[in-house]
Design a protein around this ligand. Structure first.
Ligand code: NAD
Length: 329
């Protein structure tokens, strides 16, 4: 079985090698899957992709011409893959639904804490001999109301961590799971109540037609002035332009994001010395109350190990002509 791994960075290879079954041959391509790189899959029955790869209809058609029969994404989210097109070209698609919800939940908490306690400004002051506490006042997380949008695996891990801080947690999900009340301390509510009552709102839903721009100007207007927004899920959950406006007029006090709606040509690569031609992103980066990380919430040793193992499990399942709950088509 020959597998072509796109968007494959050096840091992933040892984990993939560790879990590669005997008889599998891997081709590691650093470039993302695009029309310009699709030919790299020549001779491979399986391609493995990541969240920034372009797995649209046209690309799937090209992959099919090359003889590719299975797409194994190394991500949880699969909004980058046209599943209808994959089914049309008789291609199997599998994801890694559960590699480490705690890795992403910890990152969401990290962004909340760092923004709340003005960690970056404190560190910058420290480097400049400024030991004044001016501008660094925070609030106890346990005194705050925190709204979690999406109570799947990552949302639940985030609630569990917030329970440790003693925060009052509210949650909204299209499919509430009442049994969670047995193990987690929170309350389900409707989206409008969550928006109007929360001091911090953290997004943990996938990107789909129902969640695209779930945070837009209309929703921002329903929020408490001084709210903090955290997004570790997908960039397009937030209309960045609307959030930027509200950050500038003070309605939103702070924004912590690990994902950005136009991140595809920016994140995951070293662009030192280059210009970033994205005025929205450039402006966002100038604001002191905005903390951005480049899609690194998943980036822990545990997560990389689990991703590699599950990806090869998925490919082995495909090669046996079998299926599992990880197969989307
Ligand atoms: P999950 O499938 O376990 O949970 C998602 C939850 O969202 C479910 O409870 C579902 O009912 C709910 N939901 C779906 N559509 C909704 C809608 N329209 N309105 C309200 N609720 C809705 O997923 P998860 O494992 O918790 O992951 C969530 C997302 O996190 C992923 O889809 C992915 O985009 C993102 N993610 C980001 C990183 C990162 O490194 N930043 C890593 C992994 C996952």
């Amino acid at each position: 079985m020959k597998v072509c791994f796109y968007s494959c960075h050096d840091y992933e290879i040892p984990f993939l090698e560790r879990h590669s079954p005997r008889g599998f041959k891997s081709k590691y391509i650093k470039a993302p899957l695009r029309m310009s790189s699709v030919d790299e899959a020549q001779g491979c029955e399986v391609v493995s992709v990541f969240s920034r790869d372009d797995v649209s209809t046209k690309i799937i058609q090209e992959l099919s011409k090359l003889g590719v029969k299975c797409i194994a994404t190394r991500s949880t989210g699969y909004n980058h893959i046209d599943l209808k097109a994959a089914a049309k070209f008789d291609m199997r698609v599998a994801n890694v639904p559960n590699y480490s919800p705690h890795a992403i939940a910890e990152h969401a908490i990290l962004l909340m804490l760092a923004l709340n306690r003005k960690l970056i400004a404190a560190q910058e002051g420290m480097k400049k001999n400024n030991f004044s506490l001016k501008g660094l006042l925070g609030r106890n997380l346990g005194d705050l109301r925190i709204g979690i949008i999406g109570t799947g695996r990552i949302g639940q891990a985030t609630i569990q961590m917030l329970n440790g801080f003693g925060s009052k947690v509210y949650a909204y999900d299209l499919y509430p799971e009442k049994h969670l009340y047995k193990t987690l301390d929170f309350q389900y509510t409707d989206l409008d109540t969550l928006l109007s009552d929360s001091d911090i709102i953290s997004l943990h839903v996938p990107l789909n037609l129902g969640t695209r721009y779930i945070i837009d100007m209309d929703q921002i207007q329903k929020m408490k002035p001084g709210v903090m927004i955290i997004n570790t899920s997908r960039g397009k959950l937030i209309r960045t332009e609307a959030v930027l406006k509200a950050l500038k007029d003070g309605h939103i006090a702070a924004l912590g994001i690990d994902v950005y709606e136009n991140e595809h040509d920016i994140f995951f690569e070293d662009h030192s010395g280059e210009e970033i031609h994205d005025p929205l992103f450039q402006e966002l980066r100038t604001l002191d109350n905005v903390l951005i990380t480049g899609h690194q919430a998943f980036f822990t040793e545990t997560a990389l190990d689990n991703i590699a193992q599950t990806t090869f499990d998925n490919i082995s399942t495909y090669s046996r002509g079998a299926t599992s709950a990880n197969f989307l088509c």
